[in-house]
Write a protein of this length. Structure first.
Lengths: 312, 418
């Protein structure tokens, strides 16, 4: 498991990571979600030993990454955001070398290389130089290099950036397999849908601080379970606002936006309250042509917590 | 340090090098091309001896003038002279064209003048474009004329009478001299030599010849230029190998390695072991050329190979260290060039120290590569003693170790984490 307590890292005046604390047990996928520059990669760097922590403590399987770095690193597998492969070596040669870098003996290395190539679906391309593989294949090989030594903890730093949808699905499935095998996975991403579908526990990070931490349902609860309802058509602004405020059964409805052609509302249990809503709008002379209902999501949570969209 | 991972790292880098065979061939080709050029420039090897081409115009055409001519072709002199008898006008024309070293004109009446001890002038026309070879011809002619004068004095009046008869040519009607006359002259010469032996041997003055120990054994054209060229090749190979850490950084493998439990020192040692495995064939090729083309003693080649390989590896470490202090791969290339070219120029790898002004050679020999080059020359010429060699190898090993430590320090502190 990974334990991070009060982790801080500064680069001069810039605070990259500020009092970050979380723990991720074995067999779970812990997602670290945040926009670019939020501090995700620095946090991963501190855990992997690539970056020296300014203060705080990081332990991997109980080994302090600063004082017992070698043991901590031996337990870790890394899948960096950028490819980290020898382009002029074959897929098998890459895996064998990274196996050696993690201390696998020759025979075990050969056996494990074959297994991992099969897992990532590259057995038939084992002898090809990496430079001849497609982008998706390289991503899978990059992942394979991170798991070739059977790590107990796997760090994945935005592994699906720039990956085609088919390879992304395959990669995410590989990550789930690792978690099912008891590996503690720390997964950073700025893709909401990826985090929602993959992670058991999520930490939302922004400006180097964890601003929300919990399971997906716990985080959704932070939104107060308000749905977002978007209606298009033709609306008289004044009459519509009056009708919505006066209508029975529509208490607590928040008008986010009201324009001539679009109306956006935030409300609890929107689907149950749709008939009352349509009746009020009809009474106000509004004509509704299209309705879109969005349930609470990480995207809306992030907007609520930071006041900005995740991809900004 | 894990020996297993060290070997795995070196093997990985060797494989990567082998995937780029053109670069490898170019590196191995550097000493081959340079060595080949030196071989051609040095007229086929360092052991070849220059010969003076001497044209002889013999207007006397007597027994004694032919004796003088043939003296140039005797065993010892034949090593230095190539003789051709021709017409004087032809000889002068050839000299005009810059051919040959000298023209010796033996005037008519040479034999008579020699035997009668009358004045006689031998004309020696030398080629002004040459300096040493015409001088050798002049000295030799002078010695031969002196020798002929004293010989006829020692042989006495009877022999001189017979020589006069020989100089006059065979008796009328006979194509050659009668056998009894030649036999009589031979007996006369033999008796004279026997008589002289009683006077000369044992010699009253004993001359003891002590040969000064030759310090510059085999210091010839090949030894002058070839080690320099080999070192130049080693410099280029070392520079070519040194930017590999930039490539590792660019492809992300360096960062991945920092996160692995194996030490970065082992990884770097693997790189230097790979450098040694690349440098060794380059040295081997160069030394093979040296043995075949410049008569280097094959027995000294293994030690020279070891020295060249160790030096090449140390140069690769030095270049790597310079690269690690650069801000970009391009800056690294520039920085290594800034070090490489002055080091080659002043360190005797471009112009041999022997061709430099004394003050510059003195500085050059004190540069690290200049010192290493001098050691290589000492190994190839066989003048390096065991103690000196042991000290030199220890110093070079220590330098390589120190450079490696500095590289690891720089790599871990900044470069690998950048």
């Amino acid at each position: 498991m990974i334990e991070v307590e009060g982790l801080c890292k500064r680069y001069g005046e810039i605070v990259a990571v500020d009092q970050v604390s979380f723990s991720a047990p074995s067999g779970t996928i812990f997602g670290l979600l945040g926009p670019n520059g939020a501090g995700k990669s620095t946090t991963i760097g501190c855990i992997s030993g690539l970056v020296s922590p300014g203060s705080g403590r990081v332990r991997v399987l109980g080994h302090d990454v600063v004082h017992d770095g070698r043991a901590a690193r031996a337990a870790l597998g890394i899948v960096p955001q950028e490819l980290a492969l020898y382009e002029d070596l074959s897929a098998r040669e890459n895996l064998e070398y990274w196996g050696a870098a993690y201390g696998l003996a020759s025979r075990e290395r050969r056996q494990r290389t074959g297994e991992v190539l099969e897992i990532v679906g590259l057995l038939d391309r084992a002898k090809d130089p990496v430079k001849k593989l497609s982008g998706g294949m390289k991503r899978r090989l990059n992942f394979a290099c991170g798991i070739v030594h059977r790590p107990k903890v796997l760090l994945l730093d935005e592994p699906t950036v720039g990956v085609d949808p088919q390879s992304r699905v395959r990669l995410l499935e590989l990550v789930r397999e690792q978690a099912r095998a008891g590996v503690c996975v720390l997964y950073t991403t700025h893709y909401m849908e990826e985090a929602e579908s993959l992670c058991d526990v999520l930490g939302v990070i922004d400006h180097g601080r964890i601003i929300a931490l919990g399971t997906l349902s716990e985080l959704r609860g932070l939104l107060g379970e308000r749905d977002l309802l978007r209606l298009t058509g033709s609306f008289d602004r004044e009459r519509t606002v009056q009708a919505l405020r006066a209508a029975e059964g529509l208490a607590g409805v928040e008008i986010v936006q009201c324009e001539e052609r679009e109306l956006t509302l935030s409300l609890k249990e929107a689907s149950r309250r749709l008939p009352a809503l349509f009746a009020a709008l009809a009474a106000a002379g509004a004509e509704v042509r299209e309705t879109t209902l969005t349930q609470p999501s990480l995207e809306s949570l992030f907007i609520k917590l930071t006041g900005k969209e995740l991809r900004e | 340090m894990s020996a297993r991972f060290l070997w795995d790292s070196a093997q990985k880098d060797v494989r990567r090098r082998l995937r780029d065979p053109l670069a490898l061939l170019l590196w191995i080709g550097i000493p081959v091309v340079i060595g080949g050029l030196i071989f051609l420039v040095s007229d086929g090897g360092g052991s070849s001896q220059p010969k003076a081409r001497v044209w002889i115009a013999d207007h006397d055409e007597t027994f004694l003038s032919r004796l003088l001519t043939s003296a140039f072709g005797q065993e010892q002199a034949a090593r230095f002279f190539e003789i051709e008898t021709l017409e004087e006008s032809e000889g002068r024309a050839r000299l005009e064209r810059g051919e040959g070293s000298a023209l010796l004109v033996i005037p008519a009446g040479f034999s008579r003048a020699l035997l009668e001890e009358e004045p006689c002038e031998l004309v020696l026309v030398t080629n002004p474009a040459q300096h040493i070879l015409p001088g050798m011809v002049e000295e030799t002619v002078s010695v031969l004329v002196d020798g002929a004068f004293y010989a006829q004095r020692i042989l006495g009046e009877e022999a001189r009478a017979r020589l006069r008869a020989f100089a006059a040519g065979p008796p009328e009607g006979a194509p050659v001299f009668p056998d009894q006359e030649i036999a009589a002259f031979s007996v006369l010469v033999n008796r004279t030599v026997e008589r002289l032996e009683r006077t000369l041997f044992p010699p009253v003055i004993q001359l003891e010849t002590a040969t000064k120990e030759e310090r510059e054994t085999g210091l010839d054209f090949g030894l002058l230029f070839f080690p320099s060229m080999l070192f130049m090749a080693l410099f280029f190979v070392a520079q070519g190998l040194s930017d590999d850490l930039w490539k590792e950084r660019a492809q992300g493998t360096l960062r991945r390695l920092v996160c692995a439990p194996q030490s970065i020192a082992t990884f770097l040692a693997g790189k230097f072991l790979c450098a040694a495995l690349v440098v060794a064939p380059v040295c081997l090729m160069g030394l093979a050329l040296g043995v075949l083309g410049f008569d280097f003693a094959p027995a000294r080649a293994p030690l020279a190979l070891l020295w060249g390989t160790l030096t090449g590896t140390a140069l690769a470490a030095l270049m790597t260290l310079i690269q690690l202090y650069a801000t970009s791969q391009r800056a690294g290339q520039l920085l290594t060039n800034l070090v490489l070219f002055p080091a080659i120029m002043i360190g005797g790898s471009f112009f041999p120290f022997e061709a430099m002004p004394a003050w510059m050679a003195q500085i050059g020999r004190k540069t690290p590569n200049g010192w290493a080059l001098e050691e290589l020359k000492a190994i190839l010429s066989g003048r390096a003693g065991a103690a000196e060699l042991a000290l030199a190898f220890a110093a070079l090993g220590a330098a390589l170790f120190l450079l490696s430590l500095l590289c690891v320090h720089r790599l871990l502190r900044r470069f690998a984490r950048g």
